[in-house]
Write a protein that binds this ligand. Sequence first.
Ligand code: GDP
Ligand code: MG
Length: 457
Amino acid sequence: MAKIRVYNLAHELDMDSKEVIEILNDLDIEVSSHMSTITDETAELVKGIYAENQKAEAKTDTATEELEVEQNLTETEAKTNALEIETPITVKEFAEKIDEAPNNLIVELMNMGVMANVNQSLDEDTLELLAEELGVNIEFKSEAKEQASLRVGPEIEDKEEDLEFRPPIVTVMGHVDHGKTTLLDSIRESRVAGSEAGGITQHIGAYQAEVDNKKITFIDTPGHEAFTAMRARGAQLTDIAILVVAADDGIMPQTEEAINHAKAAGIPIIVAVNKIDKANAQPDRVKQELTEYGLVPEDWGGNTICVNVSALQQQNIDELLEMIILVSEMEELKANPNRLAEGVVIEAELDKGRGPVATLLVKNGTLKVGDPILAGLTSGRVRAMFNEFGESLAEAGPSAAVEVLGFNEVPAAGDFVQVLEDERQARDVASDRQDEKRQSELKSDAKVSLDDLYKQI
Ligand code: GDP
Ligand code: MG
């Protein structure tokens, strides 16, 4: 018997896969995702129901309009009282919290491409998207987030006239083996300024590429895990996501996850359709699949930029970089280079010879040698800075990634970094924070021992 994929049927009927899955569920036919196949017979059934629904819809259109007005009103009302969600939280707990049937959530999640059971914990990005789908307003209560985004003093807003364009900060995401590392390596080898001079790049967690004298900062840890971990700590580093999809494999589970994370972060996605050198590459099939996630390619009338590339053979890499610049210019990414620096720790370690070494990404201002600096629970003074070639720098402006020596202890990835007026203040704040942390650890230790006590009784 002939079979058809859910998304192909949806495409034919100009519907969302989600709606098709809903109809199938109503018919008690189990499908796991838009990739699932159904028989032609079932497809005919769906078409019939779709036609009926169309007729019914025409009648109720006016009624829905009125309803929508009402809904918009409740939405604005909801904004003022967001539900506070403490993570981690399971599907079941979340369902209780928002007063929904757990099964409804599982169906919604399935439509988002997330297979979950009631006892599964959901990450914040997924929760955010899920809440949006359901029209509920949530807010996360997370200790880690509060810690990482701690700033000494109020946030100082820059005046419009002090702002200058800064390079975009880009993260490469996608399914395993689709070519993220190869793409990052290929860009680093061929487009990093200074590479002609024979400079050997070192892995410091990020690097800058150059096209037409414009810079792009690439975070060198591919995959959305690092991206999500950073966001969970309150650090939104990335301006643009590059979604790598292998043209011989198409959209896979981690591709879906990456799309969800980028959407939750509200950052633009540029798709690199990779491995087009392969004989079995089907770039158009990838584009077809992308439309199912609301990513409609530009040449198909949408606004998602897709570039066919071969990371391995370095084909069309320039075109991809130009698209990144184009998108970054539309995003108007700006910063004020003439102020004390703020940034985020991307990675840090204890080096035997050099002491604590941290790679920082400067988000705003200019970081200078000699600056008193605070990052999470540790402080110090910038003793020396290096770029990805190991060259010593006196200062680093917005979007630059630099290796910094001079912290008293090793900071944590995701820590908010701030330059302060004087070193003593930085040291005092760091030691206050350490005290606080010790106190809360003592408290949680006490809880554990009490639990243990009850167990023994
Ligand atoms: P990652 O897991 O996404 O980081 O993928 P890798 O970069 O490690 O690549 C996985 C495999 O695909 C490696 O064997 C690469 O050599 C290969 N690969 C990556 N890009 C291309 C490409 O453009 N063309 C071909 N033919 N192979 C590629
Ligand atoms: Mg890799």
